[in-house]
Design a binder for this molecule. Structure first.
Ligand code: SF4
Ligand code: SF4
Ligand code: FES
Length: 349
């Protein structure tokens, strides 16, 4: 077993592995520290400084997300000095943020505005940035540079998770923007439209082109049906319709990360051409049938073919879109009920 080190947070004795950060240790102990640029699974950048904490014996406040714990450390996460520093950081960030936050105006979440409400900051202290303009990059993704707080989460996820680097910090000083280089649009880069940058953006500066108002949608955790990986995602439902996909959970299969199909391929759910009941071909025409009718018909035809031509006249093809259990049952029907080993599916390799 790994040796733990001992420290103290807000007067409470706490232990942690030596390589842990202050943020991880505090969260493990149920002590909340606000963050904007931190994202589990991405390398720490300590960009926003909102997570600062006071370490006894050090003059400066330390970013909890990028500072390792050490034996005997004494920390304060909610002292006056810390709270005042956080307020100042939020006020400075708000001075570059539109007064009419585009994410909130669209009914989505903005972590910066949420923290500002929670910390009761003076939002007028340093004024606000310009309103900016929401630019539709493509069918999936839009950008409003004015809402960006340069946390670099989008660029880091694109580089460290996707391996694409379609987004980067372009420009210098107050002209810095998180966007594709060389004045390209996202479509002119190798962007895979995974939308992972959208998922991690804390302010909605990178947002969904199609769905808005997800903050008030009911979220249902489910498994993506597009392939056999089994990624977890949340379907956002409003008035009985799926209006978007989010991926806020930290499940072990995919964490927050999805591909373009899982994140944006949900419109088929309510498409008018979608098959919602079985069809049986009669006299060359596909006719609607009940499940009982279709299953009885299929069983009778399979047995008739087996009787006349033998079990190897029948083959079963299932799909990686089915669950493991469903694929197991298909091969069981093939081998045990029909007596053939002719069974295959696209995920066999
Ligand atoms: S959608 Fe995916 S690939 Fe495209 S910029 Fe965002 S993270 Fe990178
Ligand atoms: S667009 Fe969003 S994720 Fe990217 S740097 Fe700006 S605030 Fe951060
Ligand atoms: S969350 Fe630690 S510096 Fe941003």
């Amino acid at each position: 077993m790994k040796e733990l080190i001992n420290l103290e947070i807000n007067g409470r004795p706490v232990s942690a592995p030596p390589e842990a950060t202050i943020l991880d240790t505090a969260r493990e102990a149920g002590i909340e520290i606000p963050t904007l640029c931190h994202e589990p699974g991405l390398k720490a950048q300590a960009q926003c400084r909102l997570c600062v904490v006071q370490v006894e014996g050090r003059n400066r406040l330390e970013p909890a997300c990028a500072t390792q714990v050490s034996e005997g450390m004494v920390l304060y996460t909610d002292s006056h000095k810390v709270i005042n520093a956080r307020r100042m950081i939020l006020e400075l960030l708000l001075s570059e943020h539109p007064s009419n936050c585009p994410a909130r105006a669209a009914g989505d979440k903005c972590k910066l505005c949420d923290y500002s409400d929670r910390f009761g900051v003076d939002i007028t202290k340093f004024g606000h940035g310009g309103e900016g303009r929401t630019v539709r990059e493509n069918w999936f993704i839009s950008r409003n540079a004015a809402a960006c707080i340069l946390c670099a989460k989008c660029a880091r996820v694109c580089d460290q998770v996707q391996g694409i680097s379609a987004l980067a910090f372009i420009g210098r000083g107050n002209k810095t923007e998180a966007r594709p280089a060389l004045k390209k649009t996202l479509e002119q880069t190798d962007c895979e439209m995974c939308g992972n940058c959208v998922e991690v953006c804390p302010t909605g500066a990178i947002s969904r082109s199609q769905s808005a108002g997800l903050a008030s949608a009911r979220k249902t955790l489910t498994t993506c049906g597009f392939c056999g990986v089994g990624c977890q995602l949340e379907l956002n439902v409003k008035d009985g319709r799926v209006v978007g996909v989010t991926s806020e959970s930290d499940n072990p299969v995919n964490g927050k990360w999805l591909c373009v199909k899982g994140r944006f391929g949900y419109e088929f759910i309510h498409h008018q051409d979608r098959l919602t009941q079985p069809l049986i071909r009669r006299n060359g025409e596909m006719e609607p049938a009940s499940w009982d009718e279709a299953l009885t018909y299929t069983a009778a035809r399979l047995l008739a073919i087996k009787e006349k031509h033998g079990p190897d006249a029948i083959a079963f093809i299932s799909s990686s879109r089915c669950t493991n259990e469903e694929n197991y049952l298909i091969q069981k029907i093939a081998r045990a009920a029909i007596g053939t080993n002719s069974v295959d599916q696209c995920a066999r390799t």
